[in-house]
Design a protein around this ligand. Structure first.
Ligand code: GDP
Ligand code: MG
Length: 416
């Protein structure tokens, strides 16, 4: 649901994409062009219409693009029988789903509490002015107590965050845990990241449990051009991000910071000026989070929506701005082979090594660990020894080489 002024653009498509990122299935869209109504945000007639739609579709929630005041959310729920949330709460839900580290989870809890605090104030004020005595079950006294409790929780979380920051996991350490080169999708909401993610993960490779638990829920192990990669779908960049969510947003970018390659998805069917603006903001954001050293491939998506001429023109205009541009259609699977080739070419720092290792219990578990994290091409057991040939990104091969030496093994070959 969006209420907007005639001069404001419709952002319902973006809202739909955000809702899907949060795991919702969208069953209907409603829009109204008028000034806000203090009781329901939209007009009373519109609320009746929405209530009908809720009944007809069996919808379980109404998501507003507009910020809802507590009293409005309350009134809407009363009229329609289902919960109403706003864009702010929706974005919080998305972040919460994606948060994989303690720090990210705390950041999100903090943002939620701060949001609660601004609402608690309204509840306190309403209760005190006697406008709505016992509003949502809160008397003046309880509201004050509630307000103070939220404030105390905020203090506790900020203290925890300060402690965590002191012992942040090093970039390199986290990568070494994973072994496979990792690719993360970036770009604005609605650019087609999740569609591309689905198109590229068609050939998913099963993953062992130990590795699985260290990965976020939106990461898959994929294989193309005979190489295995970890691919992560991300929240991406959100237009008009509420200021109080910026810190929480940063913590969702960890996947991007830790990756070996950024696949930047841009909707090239939009007007050139929009494409340029969004691309610029994306590149700036990547730079600001300290990820500018990571190679970038730009996927110019949705080429099915424009003519060949238009695409050519846009590509000419973007060639100095977009790193390694590849035109594709994620939805129709156009040109994905070229994209995969570009990815393998960019990540070509693969090295190959072979070693002999005396078989001990330790050596056995080391080999099974390696098996799950690198492309093991050969294992032969002869006498009391194992002979292993494998391929991985160079820094990982170096790590393995030093482990082998520690376990009393011998490196037979090492090609960079
Ligand atoms: P995300 O927000 O970046 O994850 O974007 P989604 O993958 O959810 O896609 C947003 C919308 O664009 C969806 O309605 C997709 O069906 C649509 N879409 C994605 N890729 C393409 C494409 O190549 N062509 C067309 N025509 N639509 C696409
Ligand atoms: Mg998505």
């Amino acid at each position: 649901m969006q209420r907007r002024k005639p001069s404001e653009p419709s952002t319902l498509d973006e809202l739909k994409s955000l809702a899907e990122s949060a795991g919702y299935t969208v069953v209907g869209k409603v829009e109204q062009v008028r000034a806000p109504d203090p009781r329901y945000q939209v007009g009373y007639g519109k609320i009746k219409e929405i209530a009908e739609l809720v009944k007809a579709t069996g919808a379980q929630k109404i998501i507003f693009d507009n910020l809802l005041r507590p009293v409005q959310a309350y009134n809407i729920a009363k009229e329609t029988g289902v919960e109403a949330i706003d864009r702010f709460q929706l974005i919080l839900e998305i972040f919460a789903r994606r948060a994989s580290t303690t720090e990210a989870k705390l950041q999100i809890q903090l943002a939620r509490l701060k949001y609660e605090l601004t609402r608690a104030k309204e509840k306190v004020r309403l209760a005190k002015m006697g406008e709505q005595p016992g509003f949502m079950g809160l008397g003046a006294y309880e509201a004050d107590v509630y307000y103070e409790a939220v404030k105390r929780q905020i203090q506790t979380i900020m203290e925890k965050l300060r402690k965590i920051r002191r012992k942040r996991l090093l970039h390199r350490e986290r990568r070494a845990e994973l072994g496979f080169p990792s690719i993360s999708l970036a770009g604005y909401t609605n650019a087609g990241k999740s569609s591309l993610f689905m198109a590229l993960t068609e050939e998913e490779v099963p993953i062992d449990n130990a590795l699985f638990t260290t990965l976020s829920t939106t990461t898959r192990l994929v294989k193309f051009s005979r190489k295995k990669f970890l691919l992560t779908d991300t929240v991406g960049f959100i237009d008009r991000l509420p200021i109080t969510l910026i810190e929480a947003f940063r913590s969702t970018l960890e996947e991007t910071i830790y990756s070996d390659l950024i696949l930047l998805v841009v909707d090239v069917s939009e007007p050139l000026a929009t494409v340029e603006k969004k691309l610029k903001v994306c590149l700036e954001t990547i730079d600001r989070i300290g990820a500018s050293g990571i190679p970038i491939i730009t996927a110019l998506n949705k080429i099915d929506l424009i003519s060949g001429d238009e695409l050519q023109q846009k590509m000419d205009m973007l060639k100095d701005m977009a790193p390694k541009p590849v035109p594709i259609s994620a939805l129709y699977g156009l040109n994905l082979d070229q994209l995969k080739e570009e990815i393998t070419r960019t990540l070509q720092s693969f090295a190959r090594a072979s070693f002999r290792l005396p078989m001990t219990d330790e050596a056995m578990s080391f080999i099974s660990w390696l098996f799950n994290r690198a492309d093991v091409q050969k294992i032969e057991y002869a006498g009391n020894e194992a002979y292993v040939v494998f391929e991985a990104v160079s820094w990982f091969v170096e790590k393995v080489v030093s482990c082998v030496k520690e376990l009393g093994g011998k490196i037979e070959s090492f090609q960079n």
